[in-house]
Design a protein around this ligand. Structure first.
Ligand SMILES: [Zn+2]
Ligand SMILES: [Zn+2]
Length: 132
């Protein structure tokens, strides 16, 4: 069982299956939201323990399309944890259980600030992987 939570502990959930993949987004939006490192989870692996009603949504303005979720109390970036898709990314930082998973790619490397050095050998993409 994999446990996840926000900083203040109001939001708590578990995953009954490990994430399928980990990736890092260097776009300006993910950077400001503090959601660079994501893991992709299946919706049916997610069980809410508490705090689902304590999540605020940031609905994107066009052309952006991903609704971002935050703890209303402490502001922890939760990724797209309320998505209705079968699979979606959540912030890896929310996971309390350490995982045997490593970063698989870097996307939007073109927007990466120079002070952030990529120190792994994962594949790098200028934008979205499928567009590169
Ligand atoms: Zn919180
Ligand atoms: Zn991004």
């Amino acid at each position: 069982m994999i446990e996840g939570s926000c900083c203040c502990g109001v939001v708590k959930f578990t995953l009954n299956a490990p994430p399928s993949m980990m990736g890092t987004c260097h776009c300006t939006r993910c950077r400001k939201l503090g959601a660079n490192v994501m893991v992709f989870i299946r919706r049916d692996s997610l069980t809410w323990r508490q705090g689902r009603d304590n999540i605020a949504l940031y609905e994107p303005e066009t052309p952006y399309k991903y609704t971002r979720c935050f703890c209303k109390t402490c502001g922890t970036s939760l990724g797209e944890i309320l998505s209705n898709e079968d699979s979606f990314p959540i912030s890896a930082q929310t996971l309390d259980t350490d995982l045997d998973i490593r970063n698989r790619f870097h996307e939007f490397v073109s927007e990466k600030p120079s002070w952030y050095e990529i120190c792994d050998t994962a594949e790098q993409f200028e934008g979205h992987p499928e567009m590169s």
